[in-house]
Design a protein around this ligand. Structure first.
Ligand code: HEM
Length: 322
């Protein structure tokens, strides 16, 4: 899709997300509530077999992670969907992002299907509840999406970010220095082991419980995640964010992250922290997954709207108020 029409679509998508989930000015349209942490990452020897990406050649480098709640309401309780947005700070001043979810799959596999889902859920009047009957009809006609909603409804909630596995959902093309290409999804696997709890238990807790837990933990000890590639086999769908691959695909650990302390946007020098998942480096390429492709525009529109950017004047100087 040409980039300018992608941005027009993205504006429509962000506006519809806000109509369904609520508009909280200054916050991300999704994953509205989150906190930043800092640490380091070091790739191991295996990484080089799969990619020539500069941050995966074995040198230790700084990272930040924004852990977040999945929804649009920053004051909501935690649920079973949480996010982990990692930024790697490269030696030459560039950054690259790796964005993951506690869920394995996304709820649509094309832009039309996602917009169809939003349209089905739009409230009858501004500020009204989502159209549940419309969503039910949509899901009956879209079994791939219905399966993911079901899977998400049955998934446990985190007890701690440090005990949660995160998933890239999308598959990427990993390219080595020898030009060997490998299709793989990736995961952050908690070194402390995976544990969950019923989502209802989180509703009894403070709305910031998982951040408080992590901060207490970090005051005692660092928190580690292994970066793991899950290798596709011939015939596995590589551009369908609603399709699970069969169990038992080969998994290779390619590095370890060590988180040590809370951080702030001020520490990073980037007050907006747009974790665009298509900010990649040579050696990791996007597939043709249309959901991955549209995310670039969507995140830019959401970042612009929450920072007062291109349509509302820039808070850091310059820019025109409408
Ligand atoms: C069409 C599909 C999607 C749409 C429309 C969408 C929309 C959004 C929006 C608007 C934001 C806030 C951006 C900002 O203001 O910085 C966001 C953040 C996020 N999204 Fe998505 N998203 C989609 C798919 C996905 C998928 C497949 C994943 C799986 C990895 C994902 C994971 C996240 C995470 C972890 C964040 C938080 C980023 C941060 O902490 O800064 N999203 N998404």
């Amino acid at each position: 899709m040409p980039q300018n029409s992608q941005y027009r679509k993205a504006e429509d998508i962000v506006a519809k997300i806000k109509r369904i989930l609520g508009d909280f000015p200054g916050y991300r349209a999704l994953h509205a509530d989150g906190r930043l942490y800092k640490g380091t990452f070091r790739a191991n020897e295996a990484a080089r077999r799969y990619t020539r990406a500069v941050h995966l050649q074995g040198a230790e480098m700084p990272v930040t992670v924004r852990f977040s709640k999945g929804g649009g309401d920053p004051y909501a309780h935690f649920g079973s969907t949480v996010g982990m947005a990692t930024r790697f700070y490269l030696d030459d001043g560039r950054v690259t992002n790796l964005i993951m979810l506690s869920q394995k799959l996304f709820i649509a596999n094309s832009i039309d299907q996602f917009v169809g889902l939003l349209d089905a859920g739009l409230p009858a009047e501004p500020g009204g509840p989502p159209n549940l009957a419309g969503l039910k009809t949509f899901l009956a006609a879209n079994p791939n999406s219905a399966r993911v909603f079901q899977m998400r409804a049955e998934s446990p909630a985190p007890v701690s970010f440090a005990h949660t596995e995160f998933n890239s959902v999308h598959c990427f093309r990993w390219v080595s220095a020898e030009h060997v290409e490998t299709l793989a999804r990736c995961h952050w696997v908690p070194v402390a082991g995976i544990k969950g709890q019923p989502p209802a238990d989180l509703k009894e807790e403070n709305v910031d419980i998982l951040y408080a837990e992590l901060e207490e933990r970090l005051a005692r000890e660092p928190v580690h995640f292994d970066l793991v590639l899950e290798l596709a086999e011939p015939g596995d769908p590589v551009d369908d964010a609603t399709a699970l691959w069969p169990e038992g695909r080969r998994r290779v650990v390619i590095g370890r992250m060590t988180l040590t302390a809370p951080a702030s946007e001020k520490d990073t020098g980037d007050p907006v922290m747009n974790h665009d998942p298509t900010v990649l480096t040579d050696g990791i390429e996007p597939t043709d997954d249309p959901i991955l492709q549209i995310r670039r525009g969507v995140y830019e529109v959401s970042a612009a709207s929450r920072s007062g950017g291109w349509r509302g004047g820039c808070p850091f100087g310059g820019g025109e108020k409408r």
